[in-house]
Design a protein around this ligand. Sequence first.
Ligand SMILES: [Zn+2]
Length: 112
Amino acid sequence: MEGVQVLEVTLQLKPCPFCGSEDISVIDWSTDDENPSYCGWCSLCNTEGPINESKDEAAEAWNKRKIPNVQYAEVLVEWMKDPEFKEEYTALQTIFERLVDKIVEEERKRGS
Ligand SMILES: [Zn+2]
């Protein structure tokens, strides 16, 4: 990301829930000076956390972040396409597919 302004926060930021990177920062997300907004950000996969008015709240919100199961499933599906892990994933594909189906099914049940 271009021009990212990394800010100091007192809270220790937890690793990224998507990629596991520990290179997490709180960044200034403001579009103008009147409405300050901040969010946690993973420099590796570019994931942003919930947006907050204060840096420390943004840090706290990042640390509480949980991924909905459907997003886990989507991440899993993306990983399966990675040629680097092709052999492993081919072997595990059936299991993964069943797992993804199960997750999606569970989410649908909860959603209805
Ligand atoms: Zn990440």
